[in-house]
Design a binder for this molecule. Structure first.
Ligand code: SF4
Length: 373
Protein backbone atom coordinates (compact mmCIF):
# COMPACT_ATOMS: atom_id res chain seq x y z
CA UNK A 1 0.00 0.00 0.00
CA UNK A 2 1.24 3.48 -0.81
CA UNK A 3 1.84 5.92 2.03
CA UNK A 4 0.77 9.53 1.58
CA UNK A 5 3.57 11.88 2.51
CA UNK A 6 4.00 15.64 2.62
CA UNK A 7 7.20 17.31 1.52
CA UNK A 8 8.60 20.55 2.90
CA UNK A 9 11.49 22.38 1.25
CA UNK A 10 13.28 25.12 3.18
CA UNK A 11 14.53 28.13 1.20
CA UNK A 12 16.82 30.00 3.62
CA UNK A 13 17.36 33.32 1.84
CA UNK A 14 15.93 36.74 2.63
CA UNK A 15 16.53 40.27 1.37
CA UNK A 16 17.12 41.45 4.97
CA UNK A 17 16.70 40.18 8.53
CA UNK A 18 13.61 41.03 10.53
CA UNK A 19 14.55 41.95 14.10
CA UNK A 20 12.49 39.15 15.66
CA UNK A 21 13.55 36.34 13.32
CA UNK A 22 15.08 33.12 14.60
CA UNK A 23 14.51 31.07 11.44
CA UNK A 24 17.39 29.55 9.52
CA UNK A 25 17.81 32.23 6.87
CA UNK A 26 20.70 34.14 5.31
CA UNK A 27 21.06 37.52 3.64
CA UNK A 28 23.73 36.19 1.29
CA UNK A 29 22.67 35.30 -2.23
CA UNK A 30 26.16 33.95 -2.95
CA UNK A 31 25.09 30.60 -1.44
CA UNK A 32 21.97 30.16 -3.58
CA UNK A 33 23.33 27.92 -6.37
CA UNK A 34 25.40 25.67 -4.10
CA UNK A 35 22.48 25.40 -1.70
CA UNK A 36 20.01 24.19 -4.31
CA UNK A 37 22.57 21.71 -5.68
CA UNK A 38 22.80 20.34 -2.14
CA UNK A 39 19.00 20.07 -1.79
CA UNK A 40 18.93 18.06 -5.04
CA UNK A 41 21.53 15.70 -3.55
CA UNK A 42 19.52 15.36 -0.36
CA UNK A 43 16.43 14.41 -2.38
CA UNK A 44 18.48 11.80 -4.28
CA UNK A 45 19.71 10.19 -1.05
CA UNK A 46 16.43 10.24 0.88
CA UNK A 47 14.23 9.13 -2.01
CA UNK A 48 16.38 6.00 -2.36
CA UNK A 49 15.61 5.15 1.29
CA UNK A 50 11.83 5.59 1.07
CA UNK A 51 9.59 3.17 -0.80
CA UNK A 52 6.11 3.46 -2.08
CA UNK A 53 5.23 7.00 -1.14
CA UNK A 54 2.83 9.38 -2.82
CA UNK A 55 3.49 13.07 -2.35
CA UNK A 56 0.12 14.63 -1.61
CA UNK A 57 1.25 18.08 -0.41
CA UNK A 58 4.34 20.14 -1.12
CA UNK A 59 5.32 23.30 0.73
CA UNK A 60 8.16 25.75 0.02
CA UNK A 61 8.84 27.78 3.16
CA UNK A 62 11.65 29.84 4.50
CA UNK A 63 13.35 32.16 4.63
CA UNK A 64 11.66 33.69 1.65
CA UNK A 65 11.08 31.31 -1.29
CA UNK A 66 9.92 34.24 -3.46
CA UNK A 67 13.35 35.86 -3.01
CA UNK A 68 15.15 33.26 -5.20
CA UNK A 69 14.78 32.89 -9.00
CA UNK A 70 11.72 30.77 -9.73
CA UNK A 71 13.80 28.26 -11.73
CA UNK A 72 15.09 26.88 -8.40
CA UNK A 73 11.54 26.10 -7.26
CA UNK A 74 10.65 24.73 -10.67
CA UNK A 75 13.75 22.47 -10.83
CA UNK A 76 12.96 21.10 -7.39
CA UNK A 77 9.39 20.30 -8.36
CA UNK A 78 10.74 18.43 -11.41
CA UNK A 79 13.17 16.56 -9.17
CA UNK A 80 10.49 15.57 -6.64
CA UNK A 81 8.28 14.49 -9.54
CA UNK A 82 11.09 12.28 -10.86
CA UNK A 83 11.92 10.73 -7.49
CA UNK A 84 8.50 10.18 -5.89
CA UNK A 85 5.00 9.44 -7.05
CA UNK A 86 3.94 13.06 -7.36
CA UNK A 87 0.22 13.62 -7.14
CA UNK A 88 -0.23 16.69 -4.93
CA UNK A 89 -3.53 18.23 -3.98
CA UNK A 90 -1.81 21.30 -2.53
CA UNK A 91 1.44 23.04 -3.52
CA UNK A 92 2.21 26.12 -1.41
CA UNK A 93 4.88 28.79 -1.79
CA UNK A 94 5.55 31.43 0.86
CA UNK A 95 6.01 34.91 -0.61
CA UNK A 96 6.92 38.25 0.83
CA UNK A 97 4.81 41.10 -0.57
CA UNK A 98 7.78 43.01 -2.00
CA UNK A 99 8.64 40.09 -4.33
CA UNK A 100 5.20 39.62 -5.89
CA UNK A 101 4.98 40.40 -9.62
CA UNK A 102 2.64 39.30 -12.39
CA UNK A 103 5.48 37.26 -13.92
CA UNK A 104 6.26 35.49 -10.65
CA UNK A 105 2.59 34.58 -10.04
CA UNK A 106 2.20 33.38 -13.64
CA UNK A 107 5.38 31.29 -13.44
CA UNK A 108 4.43 29.73 -10.11
CA UNK A 109 0.99 28.85 -11.38
CA UNK A 110 2.48 27.31 -14.52
CA UNK A 111 4.59 24.91 -12.44
CA UNK A 112 1.60 23.73 -10.40
CA UNK A 113 1.63 26.00 -7.36
CA UNK A 114 -1.99 26.36 -6.19
CA UNK A 115 -1.63 28.04 -2.80
CA UNK A 116 0.30 31.10 -1.71
CA UNK A 117 1.16 32.28 1.78
CA UNK A 118 1.81 36.02 2.03
CA UNK A 119 3.72 37.43 4.98
CA UNK A 120 1.96 40.67 5.89
CA UNK A 121 2.52 40.66 9.71
CA UNK A 122 0.89 44.05 10.39
CA UNK A 123 -1.28 46.66 8.68
CA UNK A 124 0.55 49.55 10.34
CA UNK A 125 3.36 51.14 8.30
CA UNK A 126 4.98 52.25 11.51
CA UNK A 127 5.01 48.75 13.02
CA UNK A 128 6.28 47.22 9.77
CA UNK A 129 9.20 49.63 9.96
CA UNK A 130 9.88 48.80 13.61
CA UNK A 131 10.11 45.05 12.93
CA UNK A 132 12.19 45.51 9.77
CA UNK A 133 9.76 44.55 7.01
CA UNK A 134 10.71 46.17 3.69
CA UNK A 135 7.23 47.16 2.34
CA UNK A 136 4.32 49.31 3.36
CA UNK A 137 0.61 48.63 3.48
CA UNK A 138 -0.06 50.32 0.13
CA UNK A 139 2.47 48.03 -1.55
CA UNK A 140 0.98 45.01 0.20
CA UNK A 141 -2.48 45.88 -1.14
CA UNK A 142 -1.19 46.24 -4.71
CA UNK A 143 0.65 42.93 -4.42
CA UNK A 144 -2.33 41.21 -2.86
CA UNK A 145 -4.43 42.29 -5.83
CA UNK A 146 -1.95 40.66 -8.23
CA UNK A 147 -1.74 37.46 -6.15
CA UNK A 148 -5.52 37.28 -5.93
CA UNK A 149 -5.80 37.39 -9.73
CA UNK A 150 -3.76 34.21 -10.02
CA UNK A 151 -4.58 32.22 -6.89
CA UNK A 152 -7.85 31.43 -5.15
CA UNK A 153 -6.17 29.89 -2.12
CA UNK A 154 -4.24 32.57 -0.25
CA UNK A 155 -3.03 32.63 3.33
CA UNK A 156 -2.12 35.90 4.99
CA UNK A 157 0.29 35.77 7.96
CA UNK A 158 -0.21 38.30 10.75
CA UNK A 159 1.34 38.79 14.17
CA UNK A 160 0.25 40.51 17.35
CA UNK A 161 2.06 41.67 20.49
CA UNK A 162 4.52 43.63 18.32
CA UNK A 163 6.67 46.37 19.89
CA UNK A 164 4.63 49.56 20.40
CA UNK A 165 1.47 47.83 19.09
CA UNK A 166 -1.88 49.14 20.35
CA UNK A 167 -5.32 47.62 20.34
CA UNK A 168 -6.28 50.01 17.54
CA UNK A 169 -3.55 48.43 15.34
CA UNK A 170 -5.14 45.00 15.77
CA UNK A 171 -8.50 46.57 14.96
CA UNK A 172 -6.97 47.91 11.69
CA UNK A 173 -5.64 44.40 10.93
CA UNK A 174 -9.16 43.05 11.30
CA UNK A 175 -10.65 45.74 9.05
CA UNK A 176 -8.07 45.03 6.38
CA UNK A 177 -8.74 41.27 6.54
CA UNK A 178 -12.45 41.90 6.16
CA UNK A 179 -11.77 44.10 3.15
CA UNK A 180 -9.39 41.83 1.23
CA UNK A 181 -11.08 38.60 2.35
CA UNK A 182 -8.33 35.97 1.95
CA UNK A 183 -9.45 32.41 2.48
CA UNK A 184 -6.93 31.66 5.22
CA UNK A 185 -5.39 33.62 8.10
CA UNK A 186 -2.48 32.63 10.33
CA UNK A 187 -2.27 34.87 13.38
CA UNK A 188 0.72 34.37 15.68
CA UNK A 189 1.74 35.95 18.93
CA UNK A 190 5.23 37.39 18.54
CA UNK A 191 7.70 35.17 20.38
CA UNK A 192 11.05 36.60 21.34
CA UNK A 193 14.11 34.40 21.58
CA UNK A 194 17.30 35.50 23.30
CA UNK A 195 19.48 35.37 20.18
CA UNK A 196 17.44 37.87 18.10
CA UNK A 197 18.18 41.64 17.96
CA UNK A 198 14.74 42.49 19.32
CA UNK A 199 15.60 40.76 22.59
CA UNK A 200 18.46 43.15 23.41
CA UNK A 201 16.41 46.13 22.17
CA UNK A 202 13.73 45.24 24.72
CA UNK A 203 16.31 44.65 27.45
CA UNK A 204 17.92 48.05 26.82
CA UNK A 205 14.53 49.78 26.72
CA UNK A 206 14.87 50.95 23.07
CA UNK A 207 11.56 49.30 22.24
CA UNK A 208 8.61 48.39 24.40
CA UNK A 209 6.23 45.45 24.11
CA UNK A 210 2.52 45.71 24.95
CA UNK A 211 1.69 44.87 28.58
CA UNK A 212 0.28 41.43 29.43
CA UNK A 213 -3.13 42.99 29.83
CA UNK A 214 -2.96 44.71 26.41
CA UNK A 215 -1.71 41.54 24.81
CA UNK A 216 -4.62 39.56 26.27
CA UNK A 217 -7.08 42.14 24.95
CA UNK A 218 -5.48 41.83 21.49
CA UNK A 219 -5.90 38.06 21.62
CA UNK A 220 -9.56 38.40 22.61
CA UNK A 221 -10.16 40.93 19.83
CA UNK A 222 -8.63 38.63 17.21
CA UNK A 223 -10.73 35.64 18.30
CA UNK A 224 -13.94 37.65 18.41
CA UNK A 225 -13.39 39.65 15.21
CA UNK A 226 -12.31 36.76 13.00
CA UNK A 227 -15.35 34.80 14.10
CA UNK A 228 -17.59 37.80 13.38
CA UNK A 229 -16.26 38.22 9.84
CA UNK A 230 -16.80 34.56 8.99
CA UNK A 231 -13.55 32.73 9.72
CA UNK A 232 -13.53 29.37 11.51
CA UNK A 233 -10.65 28.63 13.81
CA UNK A 234 -9.40 25.09 13.18
CA UNK A 235 -6.00 25.32 14.89
CA UNK A 236 -4.50 27.48 17.65
CA UNK A 237 -3.14 30.04 15.15
CA UNK A 238 -5.12 29.23 11.97
CA UNK A 239 -8.47 30.37 10.60
CA UNK A 240 -10.15 29.65 7.31
CA UNK A 241 -13.33 30.31 5.36
CA UNK A 242 -13.22 27.14 3.25
CA UNK A 243 -9.68 25.87 2.74
CA UNK A 244 -7.66 24.73 5.74
CA UNK A 245 -4.00 24.07 5.00
CA UNK A 246 -3.84 20.38 4.06
CA UNK A 247 -0.06 20.40 4.40
CA UNK A 248 -0.06 21.85 7.91
CA UNK A 249 -2.84 19.50 9.00
CA UNK A 250 -0.53 16.61 8.14
CA UNK A 251 1.97 18.03 10.70
CA UNK A 252 -0.68 18.54 13.33
CA UNK A 253 -1.99 15.02 12.81
CA UNK A 254 1.60 13.81 13.19
CA UNK A 255 1.47 12.34 9.69
CA UNK A 256 4.41 11.34 7.54
CA UNK A 257 6.46 14.16 6.08
CA UNK A 258 9.92 14.74 4.75
CA UNK A 259 11.70 18.04 5.10
CA UNK A 260 14.50 18.93 2.69
CA UNK A 261 16.95 21.75 3.23
CA UNK A 262 18.46 23.69 6.07
CA UNK A 263 16.89 23.09 9.51
CA UNK A 264 14.12 20.95 7.98
CA UNK A 265 12.56 18.19 10.08
CA UNK A 266 11.11 14.87 8.96
CA UNK A 267 8.80 12.27 10.44
CA UNK A 268 8.25 9.00 8.63
CA UNK A 269 7.50 5.62 10.07
CA UNK A 270 8.49 6.35 13.66
CA UNK A 271 11.69 8.05 12.59
CA UNK A 272 12.27 11.70 13.42
CA UNK A 273 15.17 13.70 11.96
CA UNK A 274 16.31 17.30 11.86
CA UNK A 275 18.88 18.88 9.54
CA UNK A 276 21.68 21.24 10.53
CA UNK A 277 20.98 24.98 10.80
CA UNK A 278 24.43 25.85 9.39
CA UNK A 279 24.37 26.44 5.64
CA UNK A 280 28.10 25.79 5.19
CA UNK A 281 27.82 22.44 6.96
CA UNK A 282 24.64 21.59 5.02
CA UNK A 283 26.36 22.13 1.67
CA UNK A 284 29.63 20.43 2.64
CA UNK A 285 27.95 17.30 4.03
CA UNK A 286 25.89 16.84 0.90
CA UNK A 287 28.91 17.40 -1.32
CA UNK A 288 30.22 14.23 0.38
CA UNK A 289 26.81 12.56 -0.10
CA UNK A 290 26.20 12.53 3.66
CA UNK A 291 22.86 13.50 5.15
CA UNK A 292 23.25 16.74 7.16
CA UNK A 293 21.42 15.50 10.26
CA UNK A 294 21.80 16.97 13.73
CA UNK A 295 19.13 14.62 15.05
CA UNK A 296 18.08 11.21 13.75
CA UNK A 297 16.24 8.80 15.98
CA UNK A 298 13.47 6.22 16.05
CA UNK A 299 10.70 7.32 18.40
CA UNK A 300 9.59 5.02 21.18
CA UNK A 301 5.85 4.31 21.36
CA UNK A 302 5.55 6.76 24.23
CA UNK A 303 7.33 9.49 22.24
CA UNK A 304 4.99 8.91 19.29
CA UNK A 305 1.94 9.23 21.54
CA UNK A 306 3.28 12.37 23.24
CA UNK A 307 4.03 13.94 19.84
CA UNK A 308 0.65 12.97 18.43
CA UNK A 309 -1.09 14.58 21.41
CA UNK A 310 1.20 17.62 21.42
CA UNK A 311 0.54 18.35 17.76
CA UNK A 312 -3.07 17.10 17.57
CA UNK A 313 -4.28 19.18 20.50
CA UNK A 314 -3.43 22.28 18.47
CA UNK A 315 -6.39 21.39 16.25
CA UNK A 316 -9.80 22.51 17.51
CA UNK A 317 -11.20 19.05 16.73
CA UNK A 318 -8.64 17.57 19.15
CA UNK A 319 -7.33 14.00 19.24
CA UNK A 320 -9.40 10.82 19.14
CA UNK A 321 -8.21 8.50 21.90
CA UNK A 322 -9.76 5.48 20.15
CA UNK A 323 -7.39 6.13 17.24
CA UNK A 324 -4.41 6.30 19.60
CA UNK A 325 -5.48 3.16 21.46
CA UNK A 326 -5.85 1.18 18.23
CA UNK A 327 -2.45 2.33 17.04
CA UNK A 328 -0.40 2.21 20.23
CA UNK A 329 -2.28 0.11 22.81
CA UNK A 330 -4.11 1.10 25.99
CA UNK A 331 -1.31 1.08 28.55
CA UNK A 332 0.88 3.80 27.02
CA UNK A 333 -2.08 5.93 25.95
CA UNK A 334 -3.51 5.82 29.49
CA UNK A 335 -0.17 7.07 30.82
CA UNK A 336 -0.70 10.35 28.92
CA UNK A 337 -4.45 10.52 29.49
CA UNK A 338 -3.66 10.46 33.20
CA UNK A 339 -1.12 13.26 32.80
CA UNK A 340 -3.73 15.45 31.10
CA UNK A 341 -6.53 14.62 33.56
CA UNK A 342 -5.88 17.66 35.75
CA UNK A 343 -6.74 19.95 32.81
CA UNK A 344 -10.09 18.26 32.03
CA UNK A 345 -13.00 20.63 32.57
CA UNK A 346 -11.74 24.20 32.39
CA UNK A 347 -8.96 23.74 29.83
CA UNK A 348 -9.73 20.45 28.09
CA UNK A 349 -12.93 18.79 27.00
CA UNK A 350 -12.25 15.13 27.76
CA UNK A 351 -15.64 13.59 26.87
CA UNK A 352 -16.44 10.87 24.29
CA UNK A 353 -12.87 9.54 24.09
CA UNK A 354 -11.72 12.80 22.47
CA UNK A 355 -9.29 15.28 24.03
CA UNK A 356 -9.69 18.84 22.82
CA UNK A 357 -9.18 22.35 24.11
CA UNK A 358 -12.15 24.27 25.42
CA UNK A 359 -12.51 27.81 24.08
CA UNK A 360 -10.86 29.25 27.19
CA UNK A 361 -8.28 26.43 27.30
CA UNK A 362 -6.93 27.49 23.87
CA UNK A 363 -5.68 30.67 25.50
CA UNK A 364 -3.53 28.64 27.87
CA UNK A 365 -2.53 25.99 25.35
CA UNK A 366 1.20 26.55 25.91
CA UNK A 367 0.85 25.70 29.59
CA UNK A 368 -1.18 22.54 28.91
CA UNK A 369 1.04 21.35 26.06
CA UNK A 370 4.20 21.84 28.14
CA UNK A 371 2.97 18.87 30.22
CA UNK A 372 3.70 16.63 27.21
CA UNK A 373 7.28 17.73 26.58
S1 SF4 B 1 11.33 37.35 6.04
FE1 SF4 B 1 10.85 35.66 7.47
S2 SF4 B 1 12.61 34.30 7.42
FE2 SF4 B 1 13.25 36.26 6.48
S3 SF4 B 1 14.16 37.42 8.13
FE3 SF4 B 1 12.01 38.03 8.07
S4 SF4 B 1 10.96 36.61 9.48
FE4 SF4 B 1 12.99 35.77 9.06
Amino acid sequence: MKTDISIYVHVPFCSRRCIYCDFASYVNDGFISAYFDAVHREIDIVSDQIDNSRVFTLYFGGGTPSHVPVKHISNLIDKIHAKFQYDPVEVTVEMNPEDVTVDLCRDLKAIGVNRVSLGLQSTSDQLLKVIGRPYNVKTFLEKYEITNTYFDNINVDLMYNLPFERLSDVDSDMKMIEKINPDHISFYELEIHEEVPLYSMIKSGTVKLPSEDESEKMYDMIIESLDKIGYSRYEISSWTKKKPSIHNISYWENGEYIGFGLSAGSHYGMRRCVNTFDIGEYIQKLEKNELPRIYDSINSTKEEIAETLFMGLRLTKGVKLTYLREKFGNADVNFYVKKMEKFCGEFLDCSDEILKFTQSGMKFSALVLSELV
